[in-house]
Design a binder for this molecule. Structure first.
Ligand code: NI
Ligand code: MN
Length: 227
């Protein structure tokens, strides 16, 4: 399985011969100016919740690709009204796709679509494919339900956690989240895109995780990872 960081909370994932993009926010991200959204082709667009900094380029990418949107019921219904294809899920549910299995799990946050339509409750995903298990938390506070993840879905090989604070967990709570999900390898996201979520001391953040035997990666746009 390959992952590529496209800025903010956006990841391109290649697994099981398919391409997935998570939370595409590229044209609105000054730091992602080098990425040509019109050239992106994927099989699936995964959306954790309806906020603009997660869905901004979903329609363009899905249309260009003929991709299926996977999210909660309210978000997928909104895209289906625009003529796009999608697969609705809701919290606690899993489905086997042609690339692997997804479970839609709890997040503590809010969710409204860009035109003000109710976006349902926000969530995250557990992706199981090619014998790997990835927890994609979405925008969330630290919450106790994270402790259920290793119990019900097994220990993640990788957790993608928001770490930018203000709108989501910050670094210190993300470390508790990593402990709750029993995961030692963390990729941080939702940081540095704009002012409120800047991580001023990245060395301290990485060191805090290291003290607990965990690796925190704070990726740059374009960074690639193989699991
Ligand atoms: Ni959000
Ligand atoms: Mn966000």
């Amino acid at each position: 399985m390959k992952l590529k960081f496209l800025g903010h909370s956006c990841f391109l994932i290649e697994t099981g011969g398919k391409k997935l993009i998570v939370d595409p926010f590229i044209t609105g991200n000054e730091k992602a100016g080098d990425i040509d959204v019109d050239s992106i082709r994927v099989d699936y667009v995964l959306l954790t919740h309806g906020h603009q900094d997660h869905v901004l380029d979903a329609e363009t990418i899905a249309k260009n690709s003929g991709a299926k949107i996977i999210s909660n019921f309210e978000i997928v219904s909104w895209y289906k009204e625009k003529g796009l294809d999608g697969h609705e899920m809701n919290h606690g549910g899993s489905w086997s796709f042609d690339f692997g299995e997804l479970k839609y799990v709890n997040a503590i946050h809010s969710s409204v679509l860009p035109d003000g339509t109710y976006g349902g409750n926000p969530g995250g995903f557990i992706l199981k494919a090619e014998d790997k298990n990835i927890y994609i938390a979405g925008d969330t506070a630290l919450h106790m339900d994270m402790q259920l993840i290793p119990v019900t879905s097994g220990t993640p090989d990788l957790a993608i956690l928001p770490v930018g604070d203000n709108f989501t967990m910050g670094v210190d709570d993300a470390l508790h989240a990593a402990e709750f999900v029993k995961c030692d390898k963390i990729i941080g996201c939702h940081f540095d895109t704009f002012g409120f979520i800047e991580i001023k001391n990245k060395d301290r953040a990485v060191a805090r995780f290291k003290e607990k035997g965990k690796e925190l990666i704070l990726p740059s746009i374009g960074d690639e990872f193989t699991l």
